[in-house]
Design a protein around this ligand. Structure first.
Ligand code: NAP
Length: 262
């Protein structure tokens, strides 16, 4: 399949993006990696499952004809992240985008959540995002160009989602704050930072496929009349990462079908 190079000017001919948490079969990260590769981006995918990442990278190259790299990384492990970003920098074209998508949920009510669960959620969702972004920004600054997209959640905006509770919502709210601060601090280096806050998307993060019964309940709060898909979110991410997204920074795109309007 022919590759459509990104239009030149402020962008390199073929930019690269890193998508964390991309191995999940029905997840937002995988759909985003495919969307970016389809548009001609080189893509690095990271997840806990190394074999699944390597298989996905192979699939991206075969399907879209772009360079791709799959890396088994626990983003909460600082050294693994440092090594992985060095590999991305060495083996792929110029890194322009990072999508902080890897995340875990926590459905446990606040009064019942254990210290271990609380810490694990923050280790992955907050500290992992910090490690990945810090290393990516070092690369972005060398080129005076970079795009950061944090995948937050409507849960952070409305005080809990249909599934996630305090630890999840709090960690996802931190990502909104990070993006806004990075937008202010890093703008002078040609770096934008934004968030995407999805509503309920039909993936496996809420403990498996949405049942028809659960969908029925969700639909009652959805003005658009359907549950969101991974492609809805991937499209928003692609827009923020791309050339047309260059004048948006510090914003949160609510990809939620109108379930939370504020
Ligand atoms: P998903 O299918 O569970 O994908 C998340 C991926 O992140 C999984 O492959 C997971 O691996 C990986 N991951 C977990 N911990 C990691 C770590 N320490 N290092 C590297 N990778 C790790 O979920 P999704 O629904 O696509 O969610 C993607 C993002 O969107 C998440 O940040 C989520 O919070 C956010 N979001 C989702 C929804 C929704 O309704 N689906 C709504 C709002 C926001 P394992 O499967 O092995 O744990």
């Amino acid at each position: 399949m022919a590759v459509t190079p990104y239009p030149a000017s402020d962008f390199p001919r073929q930019p690269a993006a890193l998508v964390t948490g991309a191995a999940s079969e029905r997840g937002i990260g995988r759909a985003t990696a495919h969307r970016l590769a389809r548009e001609g981006w080189a893509v690095a995918v990271m997840d806990l499952d190394e074999a699944a990442c390597e298989a996905l990278a192979h699939e991206l190259s075969q399907t879209h004809g772009v360079p791709a790299l799959g890396l088994g990384v626990d983003i909460s492990n600082e050294q693994q992240v440092i090594d992985a970003l060095a590999q991305v920098d060495a083996e792929l074209p110029q890194l322009v985008g990072v999508v902080n998508n890897a995340g875990i949920s926590s459905p446990t009510p606040f009064t019942e959540v254990s210290t271990e669960e609380w810490k694990r959620v923050f280790d992955v969702n907050v500290h992992g995002t910090f490690f990945v972004t810090r290393e990516a920004v070092k690369i972005f600054r060398r080129h005076s160009l970079g795009r950061i997209v944090n995948i937050s959640s409507a849960s952070a905006e409305r005080g809990g989602g249909v599934y996630g509770r305090a630890a999840y919502s709090g960690s996802k709210a931190a990502l909104l704050g990070f993006a806004k601060t990075w937008a202010r601090e890093l703008g002078e280096y040609g770096i934008t930072a934004n968030s995407v806050a999805p509503g309920s998307i039909d993936t496996d993060i809420m403990g498996g496929r949405l049942t028809d019964e659960r969908k029925e309940v969700l639909l009652q709060e959805l003005p658009v009349g359907r549950v969101g898909t991974v492609d809805d979110v991937a499209g928003a991410i692609h827009f923020l990462l791309g050339r047309d997204g260059g004048y948006l920074t510090g914003v949160t795109l609510d990809v939620n079908g109108g379930s939370h309007i504020h």
